[in-house]
Design a protein around this ligand. Sequence first.
Ligand code: NAD
Length: 355
Amino acid sequence: MGIFGQMEQYGHEQLVFCYDRSTGLRAIIAIHDTTLGPALGGVRMWKYEREDDAVTDVLRLSRGMTYKNAAMGLNLGGGKAVIWADPRTEKSEALLRAFGKFVQSLGGRYITAEDVGTTVEDLTYVQMETRHAAGRAEASGDPSPVTAYGVFEGIKACARQVFGSEDLKDKKVAVQGLGKVGWALCGHLHEAGARLIVTDIHPELVDRAVREFGATPVAPAEIYGVACDIFAPCAMGAVLNDETIPQLKCRIVAGSANNQLKEPRHADMLRERSILYAPDFVINGGGVVNVAEEFHPVGYSRERALARVATIYDKLLRVFQIAEERNISTAQAAEVLAEERLQRIGQLSRLYVAE
Ligand code: NAD
């Protein structure tokens, strides 16, 4: 399908191709929907194999941000950018600043932030050229601990839904990925008395979790089949698929990873197996809420950000309620929640107010 065909199919507003001959910057900025406000979403730096892969990724990711921002109750639309480069070898001050200039040229329709392959420090270069960048080191900083807190609150909501109590004491939680979010999540779970089963492709992280949290280690491929109450994917996407879902021996899937379902139908597969799925863009929305707090009239406050992130608990309960009432998967219910806000707030533009 051509690019306009894809934009039409998924409702994108704008796709901006950015090239700078002096730095070799090749970036694409996708603005999916600005009904709720300027499109906010991070910039991913990735060495895509083909140009088409970069286009598909930025279109898919920007649409996801519309739903995530709406579900989190933010006045922000959905956007995302990709820089087609290897973050380990091709990153430079000039490249990041060239990207910043293109962001600035959009006049605030797109607000950038960090994502896979970019760091809070990289953002300081982008910010030299644009006012439209969030997630500054001296403001909200690394969102991961806040994301982990939101996931923890979300897991408690899932436990309440399935076990009738949010108490996680002695609940077995299998955590896939002990990176920035997974590690912080393990800390919360350990403190709450949960029993951890962990895996990572880096053995030193696993050893540390065994030492610090008394976790039980398993090999990366074994995590899907371990008998547990909750499976928390905190590594990569597409981990819920035809091969892994039949292996699951849990009652709940709730973790931070983005795009956990390989295809939408995998949400139905989980439902058929009576496994409660916490839709990723709701349970992992803490990071974007944290960044969005930078736009508060009196500036960023960690306390306010955490209070807002704690509402993920109630948002998930609402998602589960919608799913039950409409007899749909929780993934579909989360989209309903987001669409409700897009519609309700979008309609306000009917009202004329003189500037
Ligand atoms: P990270 O890179 O710090 O951690 C990921 C961890 O997963 C690493 O330790 C890595 O070794 C491990 N891993 C990779 N492949 C694995 C495999 N096959 N099996 C087991 N472990 C594996 O990333 P992060 O910031 O902690 O993010 C984790 C996930 O949460 C990602 O999907 C990310 O998109 C999503 N997310 C993160 C945030 C945030 O605030 N950082 C916000 C929303 C969503």
